[in-house]
Design a protein around this ligand. Structure first.
Ligand code: FAD
Length: 270
């Protein structure tokens, strides 16, 4: 397979960099083709601004959605953004790796998403009708490819459990897994999360590294998170609400968007 790892940590001697090297080495040893975008090392520009849209007249208002659409269709995105899009089209698997900062990804990686996931590429794709609401959430440009997160966190696993004070990790990562990766079509694998890492010692690192190697070896076979497809019949169009009767009427929250029957199979390891 072809694997793209997008890396967001400012220090090449960090734990994240060491884990990244473990992952890349293992993938290469398995015979996969690997590419990496090292956002800090590459000096990635994280803000969306006028410089992103060379076609925009100097006196025109910058409307980011419209400017992104025009630039994508005119093939006038900046070189750095076009290069990342080319890598995404090349890769069968996308890995985003980052330390959890304030319960989400570092700003530089969010800025990578903001700029690279252009209108017409990652959103604004497909027709809207009474049967479909665009190609998104399981369909879209990146459908048929896999994606996963590698995340390190200072907090304990228990702090991120179902009753943990930080909120469940599945909920915290839902906007990334569902909103950013599933949206343009990726099958999203369960994340690799390393907890309580700030005082990690060599023995702790070795355990983490082995867990990570195992995830790299099962990249092609790990069942994805069973999110519901938007246009698969589970949602009412155009209000895009889950059909009544699919879950307990009082149920709320992100877990509604998991297909329970497929989730049961996943937990059973099938
Ligand atoms: P590093 O600091 O590089 O290393 C961590 C430890 O691993 C060190 O003790 C290092 O010696 C050790 N280590 C062991 N083996 C190796 C090796 N081979 N190579 C390198 N290091 C090794 N945490 C949360 O849980 N939730 C949050 O919301 C959150 N928000 C944060 C916000 C900010 C702005 C910051 C700075 C931190 C936040 N944290 C949070 C903590 C953060 O998630 C961790 O500090 C981070 O995940 C650690 O990863 P690192 O790569 O920076 O680790």
């Amino acid at each position: 397979m072809k694997v793209l790892l997008v890396f967001a940590h400012p220090d090449p001697r960090s734990l994240n960099a060491a884990l990244r090297d473990v992952a890349l080495k293992d993938l290469e040893a398995q015979g996969h083709e690997v590419r990496m975008s090292d956002l800090y090392a590459d000096g990635w520009k994280s803000e969306v601004d006028r410089a992103d849209f060379p076609l925009l007249a100097p006196d025109a208002r910058l409307i980011p959605v419209a400017a992104s659409k025009e630039a994508f269709h005119a093939k006038a995105l900046t070189e750095d953004v076009s290069a990342e899009i080319e890598k995404l089209l090349w890769a069968d698997v996308l890995i985003l790796q980052f330390p959890l900062w304030w319960f989400t990804m570092p700003a530089i990686l969010k800025g990578w998403v903001d700029r690279v996931f252009a209108y017409g590429f990652a959103y604004g794709v497909g027709e809207h009708s009474d049967k479909r609401w665009g190609d998104r959430y399981g369909e879209g440009t990146l459908a048929g490819k896999r994606a996963m997160l590698i995340v390190t966190a200072g907090g304990w696993e228990e702090h991120y459990s179902a009753r943990g004070v930080n909120g469940p990790i599945e909920d915290l990562l839902f906007p990334i897994n569902h909103g950013i990766l599933y949206y343009p079509g990726y099958d999203v694998l369960p994340p690799f999360v390393a907890y309580r890492v700030d005082r990690l010692d060599k023995a702790g690192f070795d355990v983490l590294a082995e867990r990570l190697r195992e995830r790299m070896r099962t990249l092609a076979t790990t069942p994805p998170i069973p999110y519901r497809q938007q246009n698969g019949g589970d949602y009412l169009i155009p209000i895009m609400q889950l059909r009544p009767g699919l879950t307990d009427a009082a149920a709320t929250g992100f877990a509604l968007h998991l297909d329970d029957s497929r989730e049961a199979l996943r937990q059973a390891g099938e």
